[in-house]
Design a protein around this ligand. Structure first.
Ligand code: UT7
Length: 327
C-alpha cells in the first residue's frame, strides 16, 4: 500500500495588520486583556480579497515548494467555513485559476478543516484513487466577524495555507495515522447562520438581517470541550500509529487559545518549545492555521526529514481530530 507524504507547503496572509490597539478603538477592550486571555497581539485582514484569492496564492506556493506541476494534481480539496459562494465551490475556482484538470471538492468542518481534508487526501492516496492531492485551507473570517462583539472580534484573522501530498512507497513516511471526530451536542457554542429560515419562502419579502451570518461563540464551553477532545484525538492518533508522546518532535495545534497549548504540554510532558505557536501574529485563522504554521516552520528550517509531527484541530460542529505525519 502507498503512503501519503507531505512534499510541499505554502501560505499567504494579507498585508493589512489589525493590532490590539486598533481594536481598542472599535470595542471596549484593551491590549492587556487580549494578550493575557488569548496571546494574540495582531492579525491580518483581507481587504477586498476573496477567500479563493488567498487560497490560490497559498496553493501556488505549495506547488512550487513541492516541485509539482498542475498537470500532476489528481484532486484539489479546499477546506473553508468562509466560502465566497456556495456554487461554484472554492476548489473549482482554484482549480480553474491554476489551470488544473482534476477532481475538486470543498470540505467544511470549520477550524478542523485541514485535519479532515488531509484525512481525505490520505484515504484517496492509500486506496490508489489519487497519486497527488493538493489541500488548500483558506479563510476570510473577517467577513463573518462582528466588529461590535468584543468576545469574538479580538480573536480572528484571515489567511490561507496549503499542502501537497503525494504517494510514496516508503513505509515509514507520510501520514502514519489520523483520527477525526465530532460532537454535535456542543454545536450551539459556535454558531454561524448560512441560509435564513423562512416560514413561507414563496411569499417572503426576503429582507434579511445580514448580521445573522456573524459568528457567535460562547468561548468558555469551547475551551472546556477542547481540553478533553484534543488530548483524546492525539491519544487515538498516536495509538493508531503505534507511537507514544516520546516519539513526538512537534505538535502543531489549531491556533485558537493559549490554554489548549498548555493542556497539551502538560498532558504529554512536552516542553512548550515543541508546540508551535504563531497566534500572537495571526490570531485564529480557522482551518488555515495549521498549514500556515507548517509552512512557517518549513521556511524557518524547523522541519526535517524523519521528524514526527502531530497536527491537531478543533472547532465549530463541534469537530476535532488529529493526524501523525512523518516527514
Ligand atoms: O477556533 C475554534 C475554537 N475556539 C476556541 O477554542 C476559542 C475558545 N475560547 C477562548 O479562547 C476564550 O473563551 C476567550 C479568549 C474567547 C474568552 O476568554 P474567557 O477567559 O473565556 O473569558 P469570558 O468569555 O469568560 O469573559 C470574561 C470577562 C467577561 O466579563 P465579566 O462578565 O467577567 O465582567 C467578558 O465580558 O471578560 C470580558 N471580555 C472582555 N474584556 C475585554 C470578553 N471579551 C473581552 C475583550 N476585552 N475582548
Amino acid at each position: 500500500m502507498m503512503n501519503c507524504k507531505m512534499i510541499g507547503t505554502g501560505s499567504y496572509v494579507p498585508d493589512f495588520v489589525l493590532t490590539n490597539e486598533m481594536l481598542e478603538q472599535l470595542v471596549d477592550t484593551n491590549d492587556e486583556w487580549i494578550v493575557k486571555r488569548t496571546g494574540i497581539r495582531e492579525r491580518r485582514i483581507a481587504k477586498g480579497m476573496h477567500t479563493w484569492e488567498l487560497g490560490l496564492k497559498a496553493a501556488e506556493r505549495a506547488l512550487e515548494d513541492a516541485g509539482v506541476s498542475v498537470d500532476e494534481i489528481d484532486l484539489i480539496i479546499v477546506s473553508t467555513c468562509t466560502p465566497d459562494t456556495y456554487s461554484p465551490i472554492e476548489a473549482s475556482v482554484i482549480q480553474d485559476k491554476l489551470g488544473a484538470k482534476c477532481a475538486a471538492m470543498d470540505v467544511n468542518t470549520c477550524c478542523t478543516g485541514f485535519i479532515n481534508a488531509s484525512d481525505i487526501a490520505d484515504s484517496y492516496i492509500k486506496c490508489g484513487k489519487a497519486k497527488t492531492v493538493l489541500v488548500v485551507s483558506a479563510e476570510t473570517l473577517s467577513r463573518i466577524t462582528d466588529y461590535t462583539d468584543r468576545g469574538t472580534c479580538v480573536l480572528f484573522g484571515d489567511a490561507a495555507g496549503a499542502a501537497v501530498y503525494t504517494a510514496t512507497e516508503e513505509a515509514d513516511k507520510g501520514i502514519l495515522s489520523s483520527y477525526i471526530a465530532a460532537d454535535g451536542s456542543g454545536a450551539e457554542y459556535l454558531y454561524m447562520e448560512a441560509l435564513p429560515l423562512e416560514e413561507d419562502p414563496l411569499h417572503s419579502d426576503r429582507t434579511f438581517d445580514h448580521t445573522a451570518r456573524f459568528l457567535k461563540m460562547q468561548g468558555a464551553p469551547v475551551v472546556r470541550f477542547t481540553a478533553t477532545a484534543v488530548p483524546s484525538a492525539i491519544d487515538e492518533a498516536l495509538s493508531r500509529a503505534g507511537l507514544t508522546a516520546a516519539d513526538i518532535d512537534w505538535v502543531v495545534p489549531h491556533q485558537a487559545n493559549l490554554r489548549i497549548l498548555d493542556v497539551i504540554a502538560k498532558k504529554y510532558n512536552l516542553p512548550k518549545e515543541k508546540i508551535y505557536v504563531n497566534l500572537d501574529r495571526f490570531g485564529n485563522t480557522s482551518s488555515a492555521s495549521i498549514p500556515l504554521c507548517m509552512d512557517e516552520m518549513r521556511q524557518k528550517g524547523l522541519l526535517h526529514e524523519g521528524q514526527t509531527v502531530v497536527c491537531t484541530g478543533f472547532g465549530g460542529g463541534l469537530t476535532y481530530g488529529a493526524f501523525v505525519v512523518r516527514l
